[in-house]
Design a protein around this ligand. Structure first.
Ligand code: PLP
Length: 471
């Protein structure tokens, strides 16, 4: 079947409409574009085969493990996908008035309260579109908090083991960033923190577990230093995999914390679709929340409200509803066993670490949380680079780990198996790394050999993307 666009529009316009308005004049119809010159005309079977071929060139969760640390690619259970696809809820229009979508608002409200129970913090809002957006909302709230108190605090402290989005969000929010060092153990340097924590400081943005995959065990001392100067504690908990249901953000004295549903709560990541963030807050931060909060009134009816000292609107409506649905289903399917997510994620990361440690050198001696970070020393001794290892793993049928991040580790290789991996699959990854070390270094250096494309010009692809059929 050949579809010709002009013919299609002609057919549509000629179709008799009892209200006799020409279809292309209908106010809701997007005006047809001018006909493209040389627009390719393809048959259905050609299009289907083209996309099937492309799909086979791709790598996905359905093929194997994604050892991608920090970003976390986690398998999404089919159950959650099924729930998110239920037409009755998935097709609701966000502009429907609150009284018509009580069930949907209840799901958002319940997801917020379940996550706040998992974090053990005063409340959670699902307004952020993603992790970095959650940070920005948090930074604006910090600004509003001190403006209200009439205090001039322009500085935010950020350890060098923090995620790169932290300094970006702080400076977008109008703050100056002061870097804090780390000790040899990968933990925040307390002396350096003490030196910079003063009455001009608004907050500390602490990534925990930090980007070395290590838990900040000195949190009690850190909080004491902050409290003495009236400094807020912002904890970047984007990746909650090691801590779900295991830790109390309230007890750590956290004022704000953002996390990514697309890292921990089974919503798609890296598929080109939207992510979804969550922002946890302490009681004193609540009045500054962005607009479109949901509450349950005295009559048990869910309604939107604008908090009294709100920083304003940061996102339309209540967020990426499809992802909230997946997270809701994921949390409920674990019930009171959600601590098992963290236990298995940490066990898997440490198992894989032990299997690989004889080959690659670990970056921090402290036990790993959800991911393990290695440096490139052992590779360099063989005349190889981190990039060579990553490319060689593609030949072994794996996705590449996160590489050259964090910047504080030379040639970093960051591996996170997540809780969904089996021992057998992790053993396969470890033996692939061993084989890469044993094979001729020249073969590794010229990898990949078996992927659909080999040596690609990555800079060129990013700078000059070819996105249409035109050359
Ligand atoms: C992924 C990540 C972020 C950024 O989240 P996005 O959703 O990509 O904006 C921030 N902090 C940490 C620790 C992360 O792992």
């Amino acid at each position: 079947m050949v579809i010709r666009k002009e013919q299609l529009l002609k057919d549509l316009n000629e179709r008799k409409n009892p209200n006799s308005q020409k279809l292309s004049d209908h106010p809701l119809l997007i005006k047809p574009r001018e006909p493209e010159q040389d627009f390719p005309v393809l048959s259905e079977v050609e299009v289907v085969r083209h996309y099937s071929r492309l799909a086979r060139m791709n790598y996905s969760w359905d093929d194997g493990l994604y050892p991608l640390g920090s970003c976390t690619m986690k398998y999404n259970s089919l159950l959650n996908e099924k729930i998110a696809g239920m037409a009755e809820i998935a097709n609701l229009h966000p502009s429907l008035p609150a009284e018509k979508v009580q069930g949907a608002l209840e799901i958002v409200y319940e997801t917020e309260s379940m996550i706040s129970r998992l974090l053990d913090i005063h409340g959670v809002t699902l307004q952020p579109a993603a992790g970095a957006h959650g940070e920005l909302i948090g930074v604006y709230m910090i600004s509003a908090y001190f403006a209200e108190k009439g205090e001039q605090r322009k500085k935010i402290l950020i350890p060098d083991s923090a995620h790169g989005t932290n300094p970006a969000s702080a400076s977008m929010g109008g703050f100056d960033v002061q870097k804090i060092g780390s000790g040899a153990d990968g933990l925040t340097d307390l002396a350096d923190l003490r030196k910079h924590a003063d009455k001009k400081t608004a907050a500390l943005m602490l990534t925990n577990p930090n980007t070395l995959g290590v838990f900040e065990t000195q949190i009690v001392e850190i909080k004491k230093i902050l409290d003495e100067q009236g400094i807020l504690l912002y904890m970047d908990g984007a990746n909650l995999n090691a801590m779900v249901g295991k830790i109390s953000f309230g007890a750590m004295g956290v004022d704000l914390t953002q996390l990514n549903l697309h890292k921990t709560f089974s919503t798609p990541h890296g598929g080109g679709g939207p992510g979804q963030g969550a922002l946890g807050y302490s009681e004193r931060m609540k009045p500054y929340l962005p607009e479109f909060q949901i509450r349950k009134n005295d009559k048990g009816v869910y309604e939107y409200y604008r908090p009294e000292k709100s920083i304003g609107r940061m996102k339309t409506w209540y967020g990426q509803f499809g992802n909230i649905l997946r997270a809701w289903a994921y949390i409920l399917s674990y019930g009171n066993q959600s601590g098992k997510i963290a236990e298995t994620a940490v066990l898997n990361a440490n198992y894989l670490r032990k299997k690989i440690e004889g080959l690659l050198e670990i970056a921090s001696p402290n036990p790993s949380m959800h991911e393990a970070v290695f440096n490139h020393n052992a590779l360099q001794q063989r005349g190889l680079s981190t990039l060579n290892l990553a490319k060689a793993l593609l030949d072994c049928g794996f996705y590449a780990p996160t590489i050259y991040f964090p910047l504080s580790v030379p040639g970093a290789i960051m591996i996170e198996p997540t809780e969904t991996e089996t021992k057998a699959e992790m053993d396969l990854l470890a033996s692939a790394i061993k084989e890469i070390f044993e094979q001729d270094a020249d073969v590794t250096r010229h990898s990949p050999h078996y992927t659909s494309v080999q040596s690609i010009d990555e800079t060129g692809a990013a700078r000059n993307p070819v996105l249409t059929w035109r050359e």
